[in-house]
Structure formats: C-alpha cells, structure tokens
Design a protein around this ligand. Structure first.
Ligand SMILES: NC(=O)c1ccc[n+]([C@@H]2O[C@H](COP(=O)([O-])OP(=O)(O)OC[C@H]3O[C@@H](n4cnc5c(N)ncnc54)[C@H](OP(=O)(O)O)[C@@H]3O)[C@@H](O)[C@H]2O)c1
Length: 332
C-alpha cells in the first residue's frame, strides 16, 4: 500500500526533507498499523527535519515526528482493534523509529495509549509532547506533596507549549499559578489560561542572589533551566518541589545543596520520552479531564500540512512560532 510521508535524506552530504511516496513494506516492525491523522511540530522535530541537531538515531532515509494520533487499521494484538484511536508520544518515535510524519505507520503496542474519550485527535496533538510533559510535571509536584492553597507555584517559559499547558492545568486544579515570561504581550493569553499574576523573565533569569533566598514558591514547573532553575531552587519554600522539564534558557545548573538539606526541597526530573505505560495512561486520562475545554480552545496553535513542515521547522528553530504547531498528516 502506498502513502505519503515527509522523508529526511542525505544526498551528496546535503540534508533535505520532502514529501515522498512510500510503501508499507518500508515501515518498521510493530504489531499495530495505524492511519496517522495528526502529528505535531516540536523544537526537537525542527532539529531533526533541518539536520541542525543529532535527533535522528537511525539510518537515513528517515521519517521524523515525535508525536502522533491515528486510527488502528490492523492489529496483531488483542488490546487494539481496527477503528481504535491511539496516541504515541516519545519512546523513540521520530528519533529511533520512523515517526508521525507518515500517513501510515507501524507501531509497538506497548508504546501506545488509547485516545481518551474526552479528546478529539486534533486536541491530542495541540497538547502533544509539550502538554503531556506539563501534566507529568504537575503530577510530580503532587507526588512530592505540593497541594493547592499552600502558596504560589511558578511556571517558567510560560507562553510556550509546556508552560501554557502547565498554567491551565495548575489553575484548574486550584493552584495559584505565577507565569514567568519574557513575552509581555502574552499577558492576556496567560491570564485567560488562569495565571494569577505575571513576573518578568529576568526576575529569575539573572540567577540566585544567594544560595538560600527568601522563600517565594511552594512549587515550580521549569522549562527554562540554567540560571532560572538555580534561582527557583534558592527561593523554594520548605518541603516545596521543582519539576525540571526543559532547557529553553540552557542546560547548565549551578546550585548548592542548601535548598535540599536545609529546606527539604525536591528537584524532580521530568522525562516524557521514557515515561512508563501506567504513568502515561494516567497523564493522558487526566489531560482529558483536568485540562478545561475552554483552556484548550484558547490555546494558540496553527495547523500545517506535511509539505509545510520543512518551512515551519526553520521558523520554530528561529524562535518564530507562537504556541503549538499541529500537522494535518492526511492533508499531504
Ligand atoms: N522533559 C521533557 O520530556 C520535555 C518534553 C518537551 C519539551 N521539553 C523541553 O521543554 C522546553 C519547553 O518546550 P516547549 O515545547 O514549551 O517550547 P516552546 O513552545 O518553544 O516554549 C519555550 C518558552 O521558553 C521561553 N524562552 C524561550 N527562549 C528563552 C530563553 N533564551 N531564556 C528563557 N526563556 C526562554 C519562552 O517563553 P516566554 O516568552 O513566556 O518566556 C518560550 O515560549 C524546551 O527546552 C524543550 O526542549 C522537555
């Protein structure tokens, strides 16, 4: 069977990505075959499509796309039947195995999650890996004992995909969410999603004033890292928790042990790629119930076709994308 996919290849040392006709015999091994409805474009995908980052860990030609939602067309396992809608994010999709930028894909059953009944396929990809990461971050704060009413939870990179979903989730669960943003024009958006107040990115971005500063936060969802994360740790209250999920500001972390040994602060690492099945199912189920529909409707996103992905990849790497990019895979 023939279908279209966005294929990354190397000819004469030059990386290119173009929509090509493929056949099912080119697909990877897997017990579940899926007609992919939507994928999404994440920063990581931009790196894979342009070749600017070492994201693809398989031989070329290769189909990127770290997220997908689609309809099962054939299955060798009892758990899935034709007609079922399924999601895969991570588990090496679009990195080790051909990913979501293909109209047909073959996947491993153990990597799939059923699309929750409260979400449409397009909504699942507006959420995508970014929103899934936000949910895992909120679950990590809950696990560490952070509850609504204790104080403020700060969210950094607040206008981004992870940050904006974290704001909406925290607000709907009753937390007081403070949005740390470098985008003052995102104020109406972030307030509409449920932020209690905004602080400028530089407030935390200049780093800690001292190893232990006045306590400001009971929790944090940090998608920025570097000086910002170090500042948050120094300002986190006793028994507070910080979910470290990103590196929009850089990968370094210069801190001390004082927040941990004098205030019992928890630093929780979030890795959406290898999140285990039970946690994954819980997170997607909760995204369908805890993320209010009004928030999903407010979320910034655009829909592009497979053919648009190379140009959109350039734009996302240049910092020109606001909100999420959903890829309508069947639009070719
Ligand atoms: N751990 C995981 O499994 C996982 C999964 C997905 C993503 N991530 C990581 O999480 C981060 C956020 O992902 P995303 O999808 O939300 O990306 P995004 O949509 O591009 O958002 C990132 C946000 O960070 C802020 N920002 C951008 N450049 C910055 C800088 N130089 N210094 C400080 N803040 C900056 C901006 O928000 P403001 O303008 O509001 O400040 C921007 O909207 C990325 O580093 C990504 O790689 C990790």
């Amino acid at each position: 069977m023939a279908f279209h996919a966005l294929v990354v290849d190397d000819s004469d040392g030059a990386r290119s990505a173009s929509v090509q006709e493929c056949t099912t015999d080119q697909l990877p091994d897997g017990a579940v075959e899926v007609a992919v409805r939507y994928s999404s474009l994440n920063y990581k995908d931009g790196l894979a499509v342009t070749g600017e980052g070492q994201i693809i860990r398989a031989p070329l030609p290769f189909v990127p796309g770290i997220d997908l939602v689609g309809e099962v067309t054939a299955s060798e396992v009892e758990a899935y039947s034709p007609g079922d809608m399924v999601i895969q994010t991570g588990y090496g999709l679009g990195e080790n195995y051909w990913g979501g930028y293909a109209q047909q894909q073959r996947l491993q059953a153990k990597h799939l999650v059923p699309l929750p009944s409260g979400l449409t396929p397009q909504e699942a990809m507006i959420i995508g890996t970014a929103g899934f990461t936000a949910m895992l971050s909120v679950m990590a704060l809950e696990h560490a004992g952070v509850t609504p009413g204790q104080g403020e939870v700060v969210v950094t990179g607040a206008s981004g995909g992870v940050g904006s979903t974290a704001i909406a989730l925290l607000a709907s669960l009753g937390y007081t969410a403070v949005a740390s943003t470098g985008s003052e024009n995102a104020r109406p958006y972030l307030m509409a999603l449920g932020a209690d107040r905004l602080i400028p990115r530089d407030d935390l971005g200049r780093g800690p004033n001292r190893p232990l500063d006045s306590a400001r936060w009971v929790g944090a969802v940090d998608s920025v890292g570097a000086e910002t994360l170090a500042a948050i740790l120094s300002q986190t209250d006793r028994r507070g928790a910080v979910a470290a999920c990103g590196l929009a500001g850089g990968p370094d972390l210069n801190t001390t042990v004082f927040p941990f040994i004098l205030r019992g602060v928890t630093l929780a690492g979030i890795d959406s790629n290898t999140s285990p099945q039970d946690e994954r199912r819980t997170a997607w189920q909760r995204l369908s119930t805890d993320l209010p529909h009004e928030a999903l409707e407010r979320m910034l996103y655009e829909v592009v076709s497979l053919a648009d992905v190379p140009e959109a990849s350039r734009t996302i790497l240049d910092g020109g994308v606001r909100g999420r990019v959903v890829v309508d895979v069947q639009a070719g």
